[in-house]
Design a protein around this ligand. Structure first.
Ligand code: PLP
Length: 480
């Protein structure tokens, strides 16, 4: 493709994207295709000669869109949101054009330096303690990981190296495998699956601890687990505090866990994947009380802060241990400026990394903090609007306090009844929800996800839920 061809194609694509997004509400949120749908729509082999871009363009509606779940639709209420916005899409275009791989400072100085500054901007926006920020002049700083799962694993690996070093000072004769065999990490039994997986990938024991009646991991539970494990000769080294659990958006008691972790020399990582974006609003910062006691903190602007996937900033008070954990130094990656700026290859699992900070820069500048705060507050108020509708219908119950943009609710009655309700809702394809289960209670989760979401969408979703509930309750009463 030559430059004039690119200009034409890109302009047509921008028109297509704008039309897609501005009218996304009108599409069926869930596709109706069956597995294997795409193969018959495509030739068996790649074309030998170039095709026309117009033909590729025409195939988006024919081949791709029938199999797309429209995550950006205001009728999409599943999981947690994934963000998108025009500034972030444009930034990704530029990142694609620059196409640098910023593994070291010299590999593209702007890629590293913009990231350092953006993580200071963002850290200040959520009022992270200065120790986490590069601009404080201390050891601390941030890095953009691809996902929260990577951040949890990276922190665990850093904590593992730190603890092995510490133990070796006391027991110089112990081998690494002997120490690793005794290491034990902690999280709540409502932590995201990626937390337990970090333990598996890191080759250490991971204990998932019980939460209290409000589904929060408490300090005393962690303390007791540590006591038991130390008694068995194990070595506690890492704990994850979840702020905004995936199941029902509850908040571990970070302040209590922090005191214990600091006393026991256990690395404390904060997983605020979804909820972290809300901390740009001062009124939600009470939920991160105790953050000054953590060693590492992570959230996903790609969930709720209008930055397209992937963008998962992570801050470390002392990145040395992570850097040491991953430091392999071949000659071809060395450069003269080593030590004067971060070489981010040491802060992450892959070597290669995209210019992700561009989309953060564009979004922060083109929205401004005020509009991002408005976005969060809009979603929270729509969640409360939905909560009021559910609460006013005596057939339903709310099963968790609504704090941010997630409402957990169910029909009063059995799990089977609620499973049927969800099947009906998703089967109709007009809106999309996913379920959750805590302590044997099955419930439905309605997350406010779309940047297009308005009160009328909440009303629509509630009508749809009521309609499906009416259907199954009627059928149930007929069959009795
Ligand atoms: C609390 C929590 N942690 C971690 C994750 C995983 O996020 P990622 O896909 O960025 O790894 C999620 C995903 O929803 C989450 O809710």
């Amino acid at each position: 493709m030559d430059a004039p061809g690119f200009t034409e194609f890109a302009k047509a694509m921008i028109d297509y994207i704008t039309d897609y997004l501005e009218n996304i509400r009108d599409r069926r949120v869930l596709p109706t295709v069956e597995p294997g749908y795409i193969k018959p729509l495509l030739p068996d082999e790649a074309p030998q000669t170039p095709e026309r871009w117009e033909d590729v363009m025409a195939d988006i509606e024919r081949v791709i869109m029938p199999g797309v779940t429209h995550w950006g639709s205001p009728k999409f209420h599943a999981y947690f949101p994934t963000a998108q916005s025009y500034p972030a899409i444009v930034a990704d275009m530029l990142s694609g054009a620059i196409a640098c791989i910023g593994f070291t400072w010299i590999a593209s100085p702007a890629c590293t330096e913009l990231e350092v500054v953006m993580l200071d901007w963002l850290g200040k926006m959520i009022d992270l303690p200065a120790e986490f920020l590069a601009c404080s002049g201390g050891k601390g700083g941030g890095v953009i990981q691809g996902t929260a799962s990577e951040a949890t694993l990276v922190a665990l690996l850093g904590a593992k190296v730190k603890k092995i070093r510490q133990v070796k000072e006391e027991h110089p004769d112990w081998s690494d495998p002997q120490i690793i065999d005794k290491l034990v990490a902690y999280g709540s039994n409502l932590a995201h699956s990626s937390v337990e997986r970090a333990g598996l990938l890191g080759g250490v024991k991971f204990r998932l601890l019980e939460t209290d009646s409000k589904h929060r991991l408490r300090g005393e539970t962690l303390q007791e687990a540590i006591r038991q494990d130390k008694e068995k000769g194990l070595i506690p080294f890492y704990a994850v505090s979840t702020l905004g659990t995936t199941s029902s958006c509850t908040f571990d008691r970070l302040d209590e866990m922090g005191v214990i972790c600091n006393r026991e020399e256990v690395w404390l990582h904060v997983d605020a994947a979804y909820a972290g974006s809300a901390f740009i609003c001062p009124e939600f910062r009470y939920l991160m009380k105790g953050v000054e006691l953590a060693d590492s903190f992570n959230f996903n602007p790609h969930k709720w802060m209008l930055v397209n996937f992937d963008c998962s900033p992570m801050w470390l008070k002392d990145p040395t241990y992570v850097i040491n954990a991953f430091n392999v130094d071949p000659l071809y990656l060395k450069h003269d400026m080593q030590g004067s700026a971060p070489d981010y290859r040491h802060w992450q699992i892959p070597l290669g990394r995209r210019f992700r900070s561009l989309k953060l820069w564009f979004v922060l500048r083109l929205y401004g903090v005020e509009n991002l705060q408005k976005h969060i507050r809009n979603h929270v108020s729509q969640a409360h609007e939905f909560e009021s509708l559910v609460s006013a219908d005596s057939r339903f119950e709310i099963v968790e306090d609504v704090i941010l943009g997630l409402v957990c609710f169910r029909l009063k009655g059995s799990n089977d009844l609620n499973e049927n309700l969800l099947k009906r809702i998703n089967g109709s394809g007009n809106i999309h929800l996913v379920p959750s289960k805590i302590k044997d209670t099955y419930f439905l989760r309605l997350a406010i996800c779309s940047r297009y979401s308005e009160s009328k969408d909440i009303q629509y979703s509630w009508q749809e839920i009521k309609l499906r509930a009416n259907e199954i309750l009627e059928e149930q009463s007929i069959s009795k």
